[in-house]
Structure formats: structure tokens, C-alpha cells
Design a protein around this ligand. Sequence first.
Ligand SMILES: [Zn+2]
Length: 161
Amino acid sequence: MTMPKQASYAEHLVKFHASYNPVPSGCWEWKKSTFLSGYGAIRWEGKAELAHRVSWLIHTGSIASLWVLHRCDNRRCVNPQHLFLGTGADNNRDMFQKNRWKKKKDQSGEHNPWSKLTQVQAEEIRSIYASGGVSMKKLGKRFGVSNNAICMIVNRRTYAS
Ligand SMILES: [Zn+2]
């Protein structure tokens, strides 16, 4: 009997490349599970990661400190040639130009048209709340959103990815 071992990088790679379908548009469409936001999800080093960020890591060899964005507007796409680095502001501008905010089906996280928070702020809220001592009410005041919004974020009902 052997003990379960940590998957090696090579095994991760095999798993990654078995998880998408190249389609005629040139996109590599993620065929495994996705986040609520519609982005591909992959288990990477023990946690759920965005598949297109992992693709960036695999193909460039560096972890993106900035946002990994899509040229092709296909969130499930993990083709590194369709990805580029940008800031959160680029992402917002990009979304605005593409009128994504009009689409009803995608109202999660910062793509929610009522949302005032960025993904980074949502992560910050979670970590502040997790470290204790700050009420949801106080966090709401600090970030300019309702207690309810904070509650949703803390409980990961929004900004899931
Ligand atoms: Zn694509």
C-alpha cells in the first residue's frame, strides 16, 4: 500500500492539458468546473485557482502579480496567446467597453453592476474579518458598502473566485 503523495508538477501539467478543448476560434475552452464568475477552475497546489492564471504560470513561468485578462472575451479560455497582463482598472475598462455589465447572467463579484468593490478588496475584507476583532458593520462603513454585502463576501456568496 502506498501513501497518497503530493501531485508533481508534471502531473499537474498533464492534468491541465487534459482539461480543455481547443475550439475553431483558437480558444482553449476549459471543460472542467468553473467559478461562479464563469472562469475555469483548477486545483493547483492544494487550492482552487483560476485556470487561465495557471495557464499563464505554466506558459510564462512566472506567477502573475497583475490580473491575467482575456483578449478573446471567453472566460473559459486558457490559451496563453489569448491572455495578457493588466491591472484591475484595465479589467474594469475592458468590461465596460465590452458592455459586460449589461449581461444579466454574470452578476457575481465585481462584475455585479451594483458592486463597488474590487476582487482585491473582497479578499482584504475576508482576511480582516477572519483575523477577528472587526465587526461586519465596521467593515461595511470602512469599505462603503452595506453589512449585508460584507456578510455575502465573508460567506463567499459573492466574489467567489
Ligand atoms: Zn480565447
